[in-house]
Design a protein around this ligand. Structure first.
Ligand SMILES: Nc1ncnc2c1ncn2[C@@H]1O[C@H](COP(=O)(O)OP(=O)(O)OP(=O)(O)O)[C@@H](O)[C@H]1O
Length: 302
């Protein structure tokens, strides 16, 4: 068993009555790695998270979480998993501090850690207020504090930044980065692609229960064939000087694939003495839409 893996899922299939929610999904997340779990509404993301939590037994396939094979529904890997559900719902007559203290007691975590998290998450001023007076963002911060109470080795986050302001979202991803450095594997399910883009190592894109694409951002970019755009104020002049650039010139930019990028950059710098240009790699959102579009096209053809 590979101890550097936080999760290893092989050929997961899950059937709800006559509906196939997951079909042959396989992926791995290393300890210290963050994976974005992406897909349209109903793609199967929450179903997969429930399987990793041991709340749902897959109809088929093998799941190993933190070195432990999950076999039965209801079997939790252990307390080393932190989980933030999509809709945080705690008993709303308890105060924020009471809620965290309750989970701390369940997980054998000290009261000092509860106070530390309340302070770090900027909830000191509201810690003695009942939950029903909390805003959506405050509840989300409390939910995230609950998820990382016991310093988890695997963190599963379902839409963690919904309701958070930009500063709070940045704080959350900063916290995730700290946990990663301690070797925590992280899976984030989200539709907020621009927010997560700079905070992930790999992504798994699901559509209709199937794995459409997976890999690092650069692997996904390469496999999609999407181009990097190079723009510059003098670009048209350089293209006129160097006919080899013309083959890549479209839409006021050089449209470069992985193979042509370094060659054309070298040409620009050595032959045109060009240093004033900007490069724009395909964003995660573009990559996502590309794969979703491909999936739709396949359906039309079949
Ligand atoms: N208990 C259930 N019984 C029957 N079908 C279910 C059940 N739970 C989920 N499904 C179906 O399985 C599919 C995948 O649902 P899931 O909640 O995993 O999607 P999701 O990717 O998390 O979607 P969203 O982005 O909307 O949260 C959906 O078509 C859903 O209706």
């Amino acid at each position: 068993m590979n101890s550097s893996l936080a999760v290893s899922a092989s050929h997961i299939r899950h059937q709800f009555a006559d509906f196939l929610a997951l079909n042959d999904v396989s992926f791995e997340v290393q300890r210290g790695q963050t994976m974005a779990l992406l897909g349209h509404n109903g793609a199967g993301k929450s179903t997969l998270i429930k399987i990793l939590l041991g709340l749902l037994k897959p109809s088929d396939g093998e799941v190993i979480v933190l070195g432990q094979q999950l076999q039965h529904s209801g079997q939790r890997a252990d307390l080393k998993i932190g989980y933030l559900p999509e809709n945080v719902s705690f008993y709303d007559k308890l105060t924020g501090k009471e809620i965290l203290s309750y989970f701390a007691a369940l997980k054998g975590v000290s009261k000092a850690r509860v106070s530390q998290l309340i302070e770090e998450f900027g909830l000191e001023y509201a810690q003695d207020r009942v939950l029903k007076t909390y805003s959506k963002g405050m509840k989300q911060r409390l939910g995230f504090a609950q998820a990382i109470l016991s310093e988890p080795e695997l963190l599963l986050l379902d839409e963690p930044t919904v309701g958070l302001d930009p500063v709070a979202s940045q704080f959350l991803y900063g916290k995730i980065a700290e946990l990663k450095l301690q070797g925590c594997g992280v899976i984030v399910c989200t539709h907020e692609l621009s927010l997560i883009e700079n905070n992930i190592d790999i992504a798994l894109i699901l559509a209709k229960g199937e794995s459409l694409a997976k890999g690092s951002l650069s692997e996904l970019r390469k496999n999609s064939g999407l181009k990097t755009r190079l723009t510059a104020p003098n670009l048209a002049t350089w293209v006129a000087q160097q006919p080899r650039l013309a083959a890549y010139y479209a839409d006021d930019a050089l449209q470069l694939d992985i193979e042509s990028k370094s060659e054309m950059l070298q040409l620009l710098m050595s032959e045109c003495q060009a240093f004033d240009f900007s490069l724009k790699e395909p964003a995660l959102a573009e990559i996502y839409h590309f794969y979703m579009g491909q999936c739709a096209q396949l359906e039309v053809v079949s």
